[in-house]
Design a protein around this ligand. Structure first.
Ligand SMILES: NC(=O)c1ccc[n+]([C@@H]2O[C@H](COP(=O)([O-])OP(=O)(O)OC[C@H]3O[C@@H](n4cnc5c(N)ncnc54)[C@H](OP(=O)(O)O)[C@@H]3O)[C@@H](O)[C@H]2O)c1
Length: 359
């Protein structure tokens, strides 16, 4: 496989730090540029990130002294230095849209973790095991942008990365309705217990914009390409409640589901066990060997014990049982900054690389 030079826009943030660790020894992608806001620009990375570094592993030697660039002011230079960029920034939605489009128009593909372009009709929102075929929309997007190489591809929100993978292999039974309550880690807000002490011994029953994303985004992931856009699926009906809980990493979801044709518990367990997607078939470097993992123990999955399964790229499920109002209920877990953010971004980039979109 060819090697690619990459940039990380938002390199000092929670997701950016994950990207740095995941890419430090990546077989295909080499970090060439780190960029962030004007506050960080011009400083060596270790100084710019300072106390915000919140990973268990230390900052890799290879990036410690790299001078952070200004994501906006230096965009032409950055675009000329790399084959594509990962982008995870905390900015206003219209600013992010403008930034991502500017890079794409500079012929620098953008693999984004931000929500700003998730509902742009010709921007694929990809969970590589679920809807890899959506990247086929990229030629239509390039036509709109007037680019040869440049495009934007996005990841879905971290909240849906636990329950959508679990529901996906069950769509053949006709999923009618889903109720999901998510219990989301503080790293999902870019925080640690140090930077957000109010979360110790606490629960906050509100995460701005999260319920809308959790209900709408699965329908785009399950949508289909029609001409030059992705048309969202019209079912199932999904309702959610999203709560912030005092957990450092790992989003858990309690899911209730109703089917047109109710499967048996054995069928569901078999479908989960046997499910493999394109990343597994292609043996992409970041793909978990077993994507969906069911725990028989009543007290699993647990965020602290199970979030790092297969490098934080696998989904864990448990407690599948019949329900009195829906057909079944179960619990599932995914690592929000790995599978739900940087890891999912790297996996998507691996898929795009194999399919030739960075050439
Ligand atoms: N955390 C998660 O689990 C998660 C999951 C999925 C998606 N996301 C999405 O990923 C994005 C980043 O999240 P995060 O948790 O990593 O946020 P974060 O920890 O607050 O980091 C924000 C990053 O954005 C940079 N930034 C802020 N203003 C900027 C500007 N004007 N120009 C360039 N860079 C700027 C910051 O640089 P400075 O240090 O220089 O200020 C920092 O690198 C968000 O869109 C978020 O919704 C996060």
């Amino acid at each position: 496989m060819k090697n690619y030079n990459v940039g990380i826009i938002g390199a000092t943030g929670m997701v950016g730090q994950r990207f740095i660790l995941l890419l430090a020894n990546h077989p295909w992608f080499k970090i060439k540029v780190l960029a962030a806001s004007p506050r960080s620009a011009g400083k060596p990375y270790s100084e710019a990130v300072g106390k915000k570094w919140s990973m268990d592993d230390p900052i890799p030697e290879s990036v410690k002294d790299m001078i952070v660039m200004d994501a906006t002011a230096d965009k032409e230079k950055i675009a000329s230095m790399v084959d594509f960029v990962f982008c995870a920034v905390d900015m206003k939605k219209d600013e992010i849209k403008a930034l991502e489009e500017a890079y794409a128009k500079l012929e620098c593909p953008v693999v984004s973790n931000n929500s700003a372009n998730r509902f742009t009709p010709d921007v694929p929102m990809v969970v590589p095991e679920i809807n890899p075929e959506h990247i086929d929309i990229i030629p239509a997007q390039r036509k709109r942008l007037g680019t040869k190489r440049g495009f934007i591809a996005v990841k879905s929100n971290c909240s849906i990365q636990s329950y959508v993978p679990a529901l996906h292999p069950l769509r053949k039974y006709g999923i009618k309705a889903v109720l999901a309550c998510t219990y989301q880690a503080i790293s999902g807000a870019g925080k640690t217990f140090e930077s957000w002490p109010e979360m110790v011994d606490n629960l906050i029953p509100y995460i701005g914009g999260e319920e809308e994303k959790s209900e709408k985004e699965p329908l785009k992931v399950w949508g289909r390409i029609e001409g030059d856009k992705i048309v969202v699926a019209d079912s199932p009906a999904i309702t959610t409640q999203c709560l912030r809980v005092p957990v450092s990493n790992g989003h858990t979801a309690a899911v209730f589901v109703k089917f047109e044709n109710k499967p048996t518990i054995e069928q569901i367990l078999k479908d989960w066990k046997e499910f493999a997607g394109v990343p597994q078939e292609l043996k992409l470097p970041s793909a978990p060997k077993q994507f969906l993992n069911y725990f028989e123990e009543n007290d699993r999955p647990q965020a602290k014990l199970d979030r790092n399964l297969e490098g934080g790229m696998a989904i864990s499920m448990g407690r599948l049982r019949e329900d009195t109002q829906y057909d079944y209920k179960f619990v599932c877990l995914s690592h929000n900054t790995l599978r739900g953010a940087a890891g999912g971004g790297v996996l998507m980039a691996e898929l795009l690389a194999v399919k030739g979109y960075f050439d």
